[in-house]
Design a protein around this ligand. Sequence first.
Ligand code: PAF
Length: 278
Amino acid sequence: MEVFKTICEIREFSIERKKRGERVGFVPTMGFLHEGHLSLVDEARRHADVVVVSIFVNPTQFGPNEDLDVYPRDFERDAELCESRGVDAIFAPSANEMYPTVNTTWVEETSLTKRLCGADRPTHFRGVTTVVSKLFNVVCPDVAVFGEKDYQQAAVVKKMVADLNFGVEIIVAPIVRESDGLALSSRNKYLSVEERGNALAIRQSLLDAKSAVADGERDSTKLADAAVSRISRAGGRVDYVEIADPDTLEPLLEIGDEAVMLIAAYFGATRLIDNARF
Ligand code: PAF
């Protein structure tokens, strides 16, 4: 496994492998890898000959009072995990390599980003789409894999790729969960034992909604209200519970053929997200 710190090196690596007729698969991450990220590596491997993982805590997607400075980092461990999973190359640039001057050019999706996780974080998705575009330009992947846990992020990236004609196939890989159902997240480590137990209410409320829909319930408000009370009873503070169209993320009052239920809630100071498709 090779580790590159500069744009020149990783670009040369990718172009060389593409010249050999190999497909380059890409998994963008902010590091502090867990089994969820590694499942994205496995998925990339199924669709490509070469797998590149980027590890970059992207400053432009953090707001002024968010956790950029304390975002967990452990490059040595991340590199070991990547190597053990058969990753071919890591791209781990410095902030200065990615943003050598003050950034004044942005890539912004202006519809799907306005609601849900974008409502209180007005510049978050602009940071994500900008850095993902930059990484696509640098790594030149044929296929890139994103996790379904960050459902809105994956939808925004797919829309950006379609709108701007990026030549990259986007694959969205399923959520990986602990054995008790909690979705894996780098932020789970901030939960106390009690908060972690209580946080299972998020998954349970998604499962309750799924079975209510299977039993014929179509009223989104009823389903969302039930989820809000379950999470609140468990001591969580709900940021949002929404039932939306899976592609446009427009809210659905009534569930038709397809829907996604998206939840964000705080347990203690930790904000967790999860979702389920109906
Ligand atoms: O999901 C993440 O870890 C980040 O938002 C991403 C896609 C790596 C962009 O910084």
